[in-house]
Design a protein around this ligand. Structure first.
Ligand code: IPE
Ligand code: IPE
Ligand code: MG
Length: 261
């Protein structure tokens, strides 16, 4: 192929009429800290669990947005390793909600070619929930339109710790030399290893912190914070985050001149 034909070759990622076409670039992988359910409910003088239930509609909106716009991966923070310290009644309500959502949504994920995966310390869940999660992963494992990762009982420090344990076991078994442990070796043993790098982190609910989400994977992600509470997130809010992302210059330590040349 000569140079001229490279210049005229159509870019398969530019589909007319899509947000990708309009903005010129979209994140490949979006992660979201879905925060603000409790406050959303309090504003309505309802129990916190009412907010968690309402948040499910926003999950659907985010998934549909990613499917429509051709985003490859979406990672949602649903329950942190620290959230186990919440009142037992709220934890129980959340687990019931997860269970029912799994039963209800698998069919639609399957129809939409979505691959579902759970990341986190899954051993901390009870049998029925673990089985449902495993089934959801198995049923959808061949799907290719969107990788949907749900972080449950997840902590960024847990993730790095379990990667270290895996490396240590391999060193102990004589399968790996300590000198062979480089950034790529650690990366390969973390959750989300095979997925595109994280481009954009969205946190709803107004707090500007990471709350022990993807610590390693966030190294060069763009961060986007919005005051909007999670249950109020809709396609327009997802779009606003992507528009903001498209306006960022990602320099990775270089100068602006280097990036633009
Ligand atoms: C996020 O909403 C959902 C979970 C952590 C499970 P919150 O429940 O943290 O809502 P706020 O932050 O109290 O409003
Ligand atoms: C982070 O939200 C965890 C999830 C959204 C699942 P939290 O509400 O638990 O975070 P903090 O306590 O405000 O840091
Ligand atoms: Mg919160």
């Amino acid at each position: 192929m000569n140079e001229a034909s490279v210049l005229v070759a159509p870019d398969p990622t530019r589909v007319p009429g899509t947000l990708r076409e309009e903005l010129g670039c979209l994140p490949r992988h979006i992660a979201i800290v879905m925060d603000g359910n409790g406050r959303w409910a309090s504003q309505r003088r309802r129990p916190r669990t009412f907010g968690h239930r309402a948040g499910q509609k926003a999950v659907r909106a985010a998934v549909e947005f990613c499917l429509r716009e051709g985003i490859q991966a979406l990672t949602l923070f649903a329950f942190s390793s620290e959230n186990w310290q919440r009142p037992a009644s709220e934890i129980k309500a959340l687990m019931d909600l997860f269970l029912r959502a799994l039963d209800r949504e698998i069919k639609s994920l399957q129809e939409n070619n979505v691959r579902l995966r759970f990341i986190g310390d899954l051993d901390s869940f009870d049998g029925p929930l673990r089985q449902r999660m495993a089934r959801g992963q198995t049923v959808t494992q061949g799907n290719t339109a969107l990788a949907l990762n749900v972080a449950v009982s997840y902590g960024g420090r847990w993730d790095i710790t379990q990667a270290c344990q895996r490396l240590a076991r391999q060193v102990q078994a004589g399968e790996l030399a300590p000198e062979a442990i480089d950034e790529a070796a650690i990366d390969a043993r973390l959750s989300l290893a095979e997925l595109p790098p994280l481009d954009l982190l969205i946190r709803t609910g107004g707090e500007r912190r990471i709350s022990n989400f993807l610590l390693w994977q966030l190294a060069y992600a763009e961060l986007y914070f919005t005051e909007t509470l999670w249950p109020d997130i809709d396609p327009a809010a997802m779009r606003a985050a992507c528009v903001d992302f498209a306006g960022r210059e990602r320099r990775y330590g270089l100068t602006s001149e280097q990036v633009q040349s």
